[in-house]
Design a protein around this ligand. Structure first.
Ligand SMILES: Cc1cc2nc3c(=O)[nH]c(=O)nc-3n(C[C@H](O)[C@H](O)[C@H](O)COP(=O)(O)OP(=O)(O)OC[C@H]3O[C@@H](n4cnc5c(N)ncnc54)[C@H](O)[C@@H]3O)c2cc1C
Length: 297
């Protein structure tokens, strides 16, 4: 059978790519293949080929909510960052999966549409935000999503209305189906531009004050356990500043693990499990990761 790049010579496909160059943490080993589709058609063609060839597929947006281990990733890693069109139609915004949620929030502001102010500082894509049901400051993506278009693992295009997406805390149906999100439609409300702008500024100032934005990271590492705050449990366990290799529990926000320079995927994985052990020992609370840990196996 032909190799992926021989099959699609005009597509942006590269072999043996170091994923650490593309993740927000700056850690991660090699992917067998990376593919940056420019169109839905290109994406569909590669999905169909990968299925035929039994090539595992991993779809990434801005890689801001995951840790990739040092062994990297098998098969083809698809980055949707080149599919980033955003359109406004009356009070609806239609955004391709690779669009930055920050740009979508900015577009909403430009058109005086309210509902995405909370997302103004989240460094992820629309696909990643829908997949994770991202949220902040009382807002969450499921409050504004109207429908989501996907390519199914069999290569078919399908539209899910919001009611079918089983959204929950940092959960969506897509986490179980293996669908690839290609675009989302948001039902916004018309609002006052100045008020939208000042909310966005306020949220971004709060973010800069509390979060270690000066270092590479993957955001909050753990989900909020019922009745607790992960960051406070970690702080009260005396773990703030704790470092394994180049990965460190942020001294600014204990829920973040920052890369202090030369961190590896193993440093991240080892520090995550050390935190889970210590917090469990002290408080009998299981910290579940919000970030996805992806490796070769
Ligand atoms: C400094 C910082 C602050 C953050 N603040 C917040 C916050 O306030 N609230 C919050 O919720 N998150 C926050 N995050 C986490 C992250 O930015 C969001 O979850 C974001 O929505 C993830 O998008 P992404 O494109 O980076 O996803 P990725 O990290 O690329 O992917 C995350 C998961 O989604 C899957 N995925 C991505 N795109 C698709 C697609 N098109 N189809 C199918 N699956 C897909 C991936 O396979 C992966 O499993 C923060 C991160 C950082 C670094």
């Amino acid at each position: 059978m032909k190799m992926l790049n021989e099959m699609f010579p005009s597509y942006n496909i590269q072999a043996n790519v170091n994923l650490g160059n593309y993740t927000n943490t700056r850690v991660g080993g090699p992917a067998d293949w990376c593919f940056w589709p420019k169109t839905q058609h290109e994406l569909q063609q590669v999905v169909l080929f990968a299925n035929e060839a039994n090539l595992p597929i991993t779809v990434l947006g801005n890689a801001s909510n995951l840790v990739i281990t040092d062994d990297g990733r098998q098969g083809v890693v698809i980055f949707l960052t080149e599919m980033h069109q955003i359109k406004v139609f009356q009070n609806n915004i239609i955004a391709e999966a690779g669009a930055w949620i920050i740009d979508v929030a900015q577009m909403a502001y430009d058109y005086s549409l309210t509902g995405l102010e909370w997302a103004a500082g989240i460094p992820g894509s629309i696909g990643g935000a829908v997949f994770m049901n991202a949220g902040a400051y009382g807002g969450q993506i499921d409050q504004v999503v109207q429908s989501v278009d996907v390519i199914t693992p069999m290569g078919e295009i399908k539209t899910y209305p919001v009611a079918d997406l089983a959204f929950g805390y940092r959960h969506s149906l897509v986490q179980e189906t293996g669908d690839i999100i290609i675009s989302a439609t948001f039902a916004m409300q018309s609002g006052k531009r100045a008020e939208i702008g000042s909310k966005m500024t306020d949220f971004n100032e709060r973010r800069a004050q509390k979060q270690p934005l000066e270092f590479p990271s993957c955001g909050s590492v753990f989900k909020r356990p019922t009745g607790y705050f992960a960051g406070k449990l970690i702080m009260d366990s005396g773990l703030q500043g704790c470092q394994i290799g180049g990965a460190q529990v942020s001294t600014k926000h204990a829920g973040f693990i920052v890369n202090r320079g030369q961190a590896t995927g193993s440093d991240y994985v080892n520090l995550i499990s050390h935190i889970q052990d210590v917090v469990y020992e002290k408080f009998s609370v299981n910290l579940e990761t919000e970030v996805r840990i992806l490796g070769r196996k």
